[in-house]
Design a protein around this ligand. Structure first.
Ligand code: ARG
Length: 460
């Protein structure tokens, strides 16, 4: 039998060009798949034994060899070589080197095409499980923070202009809702990741009597791919993951933007502990919110990885193309970035310290209970559009006289609203009254927020 040092160049008459070898290799980055690759190979090999394609004693030797290689890699005792292109052939070559001829039987009835698709799915499934765990942690600390501040009042904004008073707990619950949907999306994505491609071989399936249910059970896949061409070529599962990751990063960037604004001297709504902040190399007074800023910035990178994978897949004819080797770095980076950002938030959120008095004081600017006055008029039989106009005039008057709404006298208010306004109007104009009145499902009242937290805890 002729010797092929690369395992796959039997038909060639010359060695690979050195640059081409390095250019086409993926082992520098796909070696991180080794655990999944070996796990997949062991399952495949056991299946070959199960259906009688490989003898039981051979299966034993191959599995033991793969386990030994696993250990060598774990221990940093493995010689990765660009000459063997990728993680799959590095391991296969080492297997043959370690256990001899019988190692050459491992690749029966499979291809690197279904092998790599399997590895990627095993890898991503594991990472999704970690991410779901971290997201659940983050949801919990958000609920804890909200719970401490069901009665803490701050201005709510639209257009970044003071709009209506809200509770800080309610604001934090808005973050909770975003992430809660993100977690649901990720869980849903996992279903489409957890499908077994192995058995598709290069593109058309295999002539051997394989047992795909056996492999799926060994590897914990919930389903088996039903078209070999599709299974080896599509990377929509990775794109879907990156889309979930991008959405989550978009949400995190919104929270972080708020934290950056709120820690600024202009707002001064929250304080972050020193250990989450960094200084300036020139300005000794600076305490910068680098962690939220970085998370905000890293969102761009995850959006970029999503676009990279979409573009990678766009217009690819069936079935496998080498383009797909380019799926790895974007996916790995999206996974790592998302995990780090979520982990940072799990540490940060419990340490967000609202400056309760400053938040409360900020509700006094901006005529923030004007809508409450309009609603009051409506309750006294003024149609809403008329009430809106009347209150607009009241606000204009108050600005002109440099007074907050609740400092106007009953007579001043009645000059605009006539006999639709009574002494009890001042209850509607108070900040606490405004907040407490919104006690329906989804509202900002402390009572509603307490109920929302209880419901959210049940959901977790
Ligand atoms: N390193 C390759 C990848 O990541 C493995 C599959 C190679 N298949 C092939 N037919 N060249 O996609």
């Amino acid at each position: 039998m002729s010797k092929d040092p690369n395992l796959i160049r039997g038909r060639f008459t010359e060695a690979t060009d050195a640059f081409v070898e390095a250019f086409t290799a993926s082992v520098t980055f796909d070696q991180r798949l080794y655990r999944h690759d070996i796990r997949g190979s062991i399952a495949h090999c056991r299946m070959l034994g199960h259906v009688g394609v490989v003898e039981a004693s051979e299966v034993e030797r191959i599995v033991a060899g793969l386990q030994q290689i696993h250990k060598e890699i774990d221990d940093g005792d493995f010689d990765w070589s660009v000459g063997f292109e990728d993680v799959h052939m590095n391991i296969e070559h080492r297997l043959i080197e370690a256990i001899g001829e019988v190692g050459k039987k491992l690749h029966t009835g499979r291809s690197r095409n279904d092998q790599v698709a399997t590895d990627m799915r095993l890898y991503l499934r594991e990472e999704i499980d970690v991410l779901l765990y971290v997201e659940t942690d983050l949801l919990k600390v958000l609920l804890d923070l909200a719970e401490q501040h069901t009665g803490t009042i701050m201005p709510g904004f639209t257009h970044l202009q003071a709009a209506q008073p809200v509770t800080f707990g309610h604001h934090v619950l808005a973050w909770f809702e975003m992430l809660s949907r993100d977690r649901d999306r990720l869980g849903d994505c996992r279903k489409r990741v957890n499908v077994l491609p192995l058995g598709s071989a290069a593109l058309a399936g295999t002539t051997f009597p394989i047992d795909r249910e056996f492999v799926a059970a060994e590897l914990g896949f919930d389903a088996i791919s039903t078209n070999s061409l599709d299974a080896v070529s599509d990377r929509d599962f990775a794109i879907e993951f990156c889309s979930c990751a991008a959405m989550t990063m978009m949400h995190l960037s919104r929270w972080c933007e708020e934290l950056v604004l709120w820690t600024s001297q202009r707002f001064d709504f929250v304080t972050l502990p020193d250990r989450f902040c960094t200084g300036s190399s020139i300005m000794p007074q600076k305490k910068n919110p680098d962690v939220p800023e970085l998370i905000r910035g890293k969102s761009g990178r995850v959006f970029g990885q999503l676009v990279a994978l979409l573009t990678l897949m766009k217009s690819q004819p069936l079935a496998y193309n080498k383009d797909n080797q380019e799926d790895k770095e974007p996916l790995f980076d999206a996974v790592d970035t998302l995990r780090d950002c979520l982990t940072a938030m799990v540490g940060l959120v419990p340490n967000i310290e609202p400056n309760v008095d400053t938040m409360r004081a900020a509700t006094l600017d901006g005529y923030i209970t004007a809508t409450d006055l309009a609603d009051y008029l409506v309750r006294n039989s003024v149609p809403f559009r008329d009430a809106h106009r009347i209150v607009g005039q009241v606000v204009g008057y108050a600005i002109e006289h440099d007074k907050p709404l609740d400092a106007l006298t009953l007579e001043e208010l009645q000059a605009f609203g006539g006999d639709a306004i009574h002494e009890n109007v001042f209850r509607s104009l108070s900040i606490e009254g405004s907040v407490a009145a919104r006690h329906h499902l989804g509202g900002t009242a402390p009572a509603a927020v307490i109920q929302a937290i209880a419901a959210a805890r049940r959901r977790l």
